[in-house]
Design a protein around this ligand. Structure first.
Ligand code: 5GP
Length: 179
């Protein structure tokens, strides 16, 4: 797997330090609130596991799976819910935990969808933000790191279902997805 990586962007240690900072901010902001952490499958599974343990508050956890990508590296625009929440989020302060915001379409759709289910509030915590890819205006409240562009893998994120278990985040070599 490692031979397919152009450059390591964030090491395991840098990720752990950043997640800890995010956890503390979220702890302060959600103190005393009925918190529902919503992880987006599958890309956010590792970030979700680490972030949930870095927020020292009572919370409930659910997962949702939405897709705008097939096996490629460019957004297709159409959002499709593959797996919905197990329980109604009504009345909860929902915090969506996402791996990466690119075009912004997935998160604009998911936040609107949750608002229509009468949540007390909805915010987004994304591990990575790629503002250069935006097709719709969307600003996550919390972001781990902002990256310029390129296609990244690791720490939960895949290309054609590979590389999710890399403990670091790396830039995938272009020749892998352009072949
Ligand atoms: P958006 O709707 O913001 O365009 O897409 C967000 C989703 O696209 C993310 O949850 C992720 O699955 C995928 N995505 C966007 N950029 C990247 C990237 O650089 N690497 C990987 N692995 N997935 C990406």
């Amino acid at each position: 797997m490692i031979e397919d990586i152009e450059q390591v962007l964030y090491t395991e240690q840098q990720i752990a330090e950043r997640v800890s900072v995010l956890g503390k901010r979220i702890h302060t902001d959600y103190l005393g609130k009925k918190l529902l952490l919503i992880g987006t499958l599958k890309g956010a599974f590792l970030f979700m596991a680490d972030l949930a343990r870095a927020i020292n508050l009572p919370m409930e956890i659910d997962f949702i799976s939405a897709s705008s990508y097939g096996n490629g590296t460019t957004s297709q625009g159409l959002i499709h819910i593959r797996k919905d929440l197990d329980h109604s989020p009504k009345g909860y302060h929902a915090l969506i935990v996402e791996d990466i915001v690119d075009s912004g379409r997935t998160l604009s759709y998911l936040t609107e969808n949750l608002r229509s289910q009468h949540v007390a509030s909805v915010e987004v915590c994304t591990f990575l933000d790629k503002p250069s890819g935006r097709a719709v205006s969307f600003e996550p409240k919390y972001a781990g790191f902002t990256i310029p562009g390129g296609f990244v893998v690791g720490y939960g994120m895949d290309y054609a279902e590979k590389y999710r278990n890399l403990p670091f985040v790396g830039l995938l070599k272009r020749k892998i997805y352009e072949k």
